[in-house]
Ligand binder design. Sequence first.
Ligand SMILES: Nc1ncnc2c1ncn2[C@@H]1O[C@H](COP(=O)(O)OP(=O)(O)OP(=O)(O)O)[C@@H](O)[C@H]1O
Ligand SMILES: [Mg+2]
Length: 460
Amino acid sequence: MVIKEMGGKPMKAMAVFAFCIEYIKDKVVERLRQAIHGLDDDDIHWVVTVPAIWNDQARQFMIEASEKANIGKDNLTLALEPEGAAMYCKYLAMDKKERGDETELKAFDENARFMVIDLGGGTIDITVSEVLATGQLREIYNATGGPWGGNYINDQIIKTLKEVIGWSVMGRFKSDDFDEYLELLRDVEQRKRSVKHNSEFSLKISKDLQRKIEIPDSHKKDVQKEKKSIKLSASLMKKIFSSSVDSMMKHVEGLLEKTETHGVSTILLVGGYAASDFVQRAFREKFHKKYRIIFPLTPDMIVLKGAVITGQLVEAIVGRMAKYHYGFGLSTEAVSGRIISIGEGGEKTFFPLIKKGQKIKVGDVVTEYEVVLKAKSKWANLEVYITEEDEPRNVIDEEHFTKVGSINVKLPKFKKESILVLTISYDETEFNVVATDRNTGRCFVGNCRFLDKDINLKSD
Ligand SMILES: Nc1ncnc2c1ncn2[C@@H]1O[C@H](COP(=O)(O)OP(=O)(O)OP(=O)(O)O)[C@@H](O)[C@H]1O
Ligand SMILES: [Mg+2]
């Protein structure tokens, strides 16, 4: 829970994380307010991404840090980074499909299996996912790669510089002129990004440092001192990149041989380090014959964009289709239009509410009805039935219908008639039916679980 700042001073991790989140949040809100007039804090839902391997404690830590940064739990979703990447890639139109004379771009097919390799600064994380019929993603294999991320290259370059310039000289340079030292690190990062297969690496060096350089024999072949800079040879750069890329290739190869990953057809490379020419070459060379390899245009933005998509899905997850017809089973004396008179006993009529094949979204109100309910007794029991038939019959029988739930509605004492507004909403595993009495405002809640077909009654 304690981390050290660059100068070595211990600080509370929570304070640092909360500060960083709040800083980013304020910047984003400030920018959004320029674009959207009257934006409230509550209008924004925040998604914080975390590595898949994090445990519950670490996640809880992020939730608390976000709360300290004034992002309430209600407005917060934690998303797993590889899931975000996979989600984005699912939405990428990257499959070329022939249609007559024309070709069109489309996203993954149902059951497609793909590997996402997230090449970040610190680590390389690998997951394998499958596209389900519902359009959702299922993770079929989760493996963390290893510490061969992009920062490893910088470390190796700095290590070489230290060997050439001298560890103590570099140490003094760092403590005497920290700004200058940071500038050097930034320069390493910047120049590293454009290193290509076969290109040399040259770095501007201050005059002061330049004077102190005496290239040792061991490095004469690969390092040269120039007027204002120091140059590393292409073969040395290749060696440095290979130390990371080779380990990563070996690891991926091993994973693709596992039974769990059978059927993988596509490899997606995301994360900043996926932009490296060395990485791209290595993957193309090794895997292009058997797999489709995809490097998105802005690899460092993919997790972020996927997280935004995931955030949108919190409210309205992938559309699904109703598997059955849903409706009330009523012992009616008469159903005319929206007027239902409930009788006792006798056969039950099916009063359809949701059609089979109708598109439904999690959390959405599926349908809204207004019915006039008349009954002889104080309580009316509305039973919910499902049927699988394409065209539902009128009369309910055991063979074709299954009871999945019910709502008890209390009718006003004297009139025994109510105007009910029925709202039906759908969440992950069940339909919720709410009947609101328009006159009394009283709500009756029933729900039907269509998974275990349990009857669950919550009245009032
Ligand atoms: N063109 C490039 N060539 C080589 N490396 C690059 C290039 N562009 C970015 N990188 C490297 O990618 C890394 C950053 O990637 P990314 O933004 O995905 O990391 P991160 O998500 O912050 O890190 P992590 O996932 O490890 O927490 C850095 O090490 C950076 O040097
Ligand atoms: Mg990352």
